[in-house]
Design a protein around this ligand. Structure first.
Ligand SMILES: Nc1ncnc2c1ncn2[C@@H]1O[C@H](COP(=O)(O)OP(=O)(O)OP(=O)(O)O)[C@@H](O)[C@H]1O
Ligand SMILES: [Mg+2]
Length: 445
């Protein structure tokens, strides 16, 4: 490998004015990550690094950026392709010229969206910047008794980042979310070119404790968006018109923090079927919610709306129209494999014996939700702590502790599944509970 580079350098020494050869040596250094050789070459005076060819310039620019030689990138880059602009952006950033760097980056990704790199450059796109600079301010209307601090508490994005690895099982759901939600978030400019809307809404439903809330947080974590967790009880207000105003303020604020995920947990409290709520005020709130969702197509770009419920049959069907919660996903109780994964997630980070047989535990916990399994580990921890205190030394969580706590923790998803089965059988309008039926069939319930 390095002998190839050595041979190339020898050839170059024989004819240092051969630019094609020089470019080849540099390209080889780049692909072989031979940074020492590259650094020596670049400091040589007998070589000229002014290339006419775009590809050669690009190789050189990449090498110089890798070697932290931003001045050279700026000196030696002449043509203006998006790829070169991107390298110039990196160089300007390294020199501390943030504004210039950002502009170059935006120009580069506008011309070639596949260059977009949110990890290093943040997720904003030119379009979003444009929108956000025009964006409306959160106006607090006078005689509005939603005070500032309260609003901030509602709107403070959650801090701790949760990712898909923290969610056990649910592989197909994660895959769907990745394809339909996360990729569009990461490469918004590309989607914009194809006139695809980024954003939209998805509704998660399923038995309690199976990871709906967790998955919503992980989705936000995966797309590095701000996550606003809205507790419906915080929005509901006894004063006339006040709930609507809070809801509107929530949406407005999230729009200013794009990219953002706005998560409405236990959404049935807000989006209950209008026919069920006889009070006109409640149905007005639903209408307001729908209106906010509908402004999605125009203003809510870069915003993802997620909702979760464990009573999907109580949700107003108007919420499932296109442009609103178009995608409805069933979050089933974990299967055996998923249960083993969830147990492993919750036990990791706690002292435990090696070689615990998760799969035997998983096969004994059919019907347990993720939360039940977490409880199981919690109980086993208690047992280990008790034992530690007794024996005056650290006792790790053992298989026996886990099996012992199995007696105290009961599965909680069965009741939900029984109810859901009735709806799936007798009120399955438009096949909305097909996933539930399929799950029941597969698990022989
Ligand atoms: N798939 C999972 N992987 C890891 N942990 C899980 C999983 N599902 C549930 N848990 C654990 O259970 C807890 C409760 O889960 P979560 O709040 O996401 O449930 P939920 O589906 O939103 O329930 P509810 O309908 O009651 O709101 C989580 O904080 C997590 O610790
Ligand atoms: Mg929840």
């Amino acid at each position: 490998m390095s002998t190839q580079i050595d041979q190339l350098i020898q050839a170059l020494n024989a004819s240092p004015e051969n630019q094609t050869l020089l470019a080849l040596v540099l390209a080889t250094c780049l692909s072989e990550k031979a940074m020492v050789e590259a650094s020596t070459l670049i400091s040589r005076d007998d070589l000229s690094f002014r290339f006419d060819d775009h590809d050669h310039q690009l190789t050189l620019a990449k090498l110089c950026n890798a070697l932290s030689l931003p001045e050279h990138v700026i000196d030696w880059t002449e043509s203006e392709t998006p790829e070169l602009m991107f390298e110039l952006a990196v160089a300007q950033k390294a020199l501390g010229n943030e504004k210039e760097a950002r502009q170059l980056y935006l120009d580069a990704i506008a011309a070639n969206p596949t260059l977009e790199d949110p990890d290093n450059w943040g997720a904003s796109t030119p379009r979003e910047r444009e929108v956000s600079s025009l964006g409306t301010k959160l106006t607090v209307i006078s005689n509005d008794d939603t005070d500032d601090t309260e609003m901030r508490r509602l709107l403070e994005p959650d801090q701790k980042r949760v990712v898909f690895d923290d969610v056990g099982g649910l592989e197909s759901v994660k895959q769907q979310i990745r394809k339909r939600i996360i990729t569009p978030f990461e490469k918004p400019t590309l989607y914009l070119k194809f006139k695809k809307r980024v954003g939209g809404g998805i509704l998660l439903y399923g038995p309690p404790g199976c990871g709906k809330t967790l998955l919503a947080r992980a989705t936000a974590g995966e797309c590095r968006a701000d996550f606003f967790n809205v507790a419906i009880s915080d929005v509901l207000d006894m004063y006339l018109g006040e709930s609507e105003r809070k809801l509107h303020a929530l949406f407005e604020n999230a729009r200013q923090h794009k990219p953002a995920v706005l998560f409405f947990d236990e959404i049935e409290a807000l989006a209950g079927k209008r026919q069920y709520t006889r009070e006109a005020t409640a149905s007005k709130l639903v209408s307001q919610f729908l209106a906010e969702m509908d402004s999605m197509s125009s203003k809510n770009e870069g915003m993802l709306l997620m909702g979760a419920t464990n009573v999907p049959w109580a949700i107003d069907p108007a919420f499932r129209r296109p442009g609103r919660f178009e995608r409805v996903m069933f979050i089933p109780p974990p299967d055996r494999e998923a249960r083993a994964a969830i147990l492993a997630i919750h036990i990791s980070g706690r002292p435990h014996e090696s070689g615990i047989d998760m799969s035997s535990l998983a096969s004994k916990t059919s019907g347990y939700s993720g939360a039940d399994l977490e409880q199981l580990v919690e109980n086993a921890s208690d047992l280990a702590i008790e034992a530690s205190i007794e024996q005056r030394k650290e006792v790790e969580i053992s298989q026996a502790h886990l099996f012992q706590s199995l007696r105290d923790v009961k599965p909680t998803t069965l009741e939900w599944l029984a109810t859901a089965r009735n709806y799936a059988r007798y009120a399955n309008e438009a096949g909305q509970y097909d996933d539930v039926l399929e799950f029941l069939k597969k698990h022989g319930k």
